[in-house]
Design a binder for this molecule. Structure first.
Ligand code: FE2
Ligand code: FE2
Length: 146
């Protein structure tokens, strides 16, 4: 594996771990109801910005192009993943809107908790598929390093 490829591979894994940490923070805040409503809105907006940066990075000359350059046979899979970003962006925006809309009632917490879990599951599936793609594209090079 070239040095550049290894750097890229590690960077993607690291970005995805950071994203998981973000999701963990929000899960915890929702489970413990440890934030005020405005604080929770702030947290969700922070997550939204983080996700937007991550998606934009992957789309603009990052992840997708490099994976397809390394392994052109995965171009369809990469396109499908790129498309999923739009659906996830919409879900994230809806989540923030729902958080902004309510007061911190039981129903509000419950609803946000349910909606976030659904979103988080979809996002993690997306990220896992990207990790698999990365592994398949670079796998022979990185071996059983994990
Ligand atoms: Fe992605
Ligand atoms: Fe990703």
């Amino acid at each position: 594996m070239t040095e550049l490829n290894r750097e890229f591979y590690n960077q993607v894994r690291q970005d995805h771990e950071e994203l998981l940490e973000w999701l963990g923070r929000v899960h915890q805040a929702l489970a413990q109801r440890s934030h005020s409503a405005p604080q929770l809105v702030d947290l969700l907006e922070g997550l939204g910005q983080h996700i937007e940066r991550h998606f934009t990075d992957e789309e603009s000359g990052g992840f997708f192009e490099q994976v397809v350059e390394q392994a052109p046979r995965f171009s369809e899979k990469a396109d499908a993943l790129r498309l999923e970003h739009q659906r996830l962006r919409t879900q994230m925006a809806e989540l923030i809107a729902a958080a902004r809309a309510g007061s911190a009632s039981d129903a509000w917490w419950q609803q946000l908790n349910d909606t976030f879990h659904e979103f988080s599951r979809a996002l993690m599936q997306h990220e896992n598929r990207e990790n698999e793609l990365l592994q398949e594209a670079y796998g022979e090079d990185v071996g059983s390093k994990d």
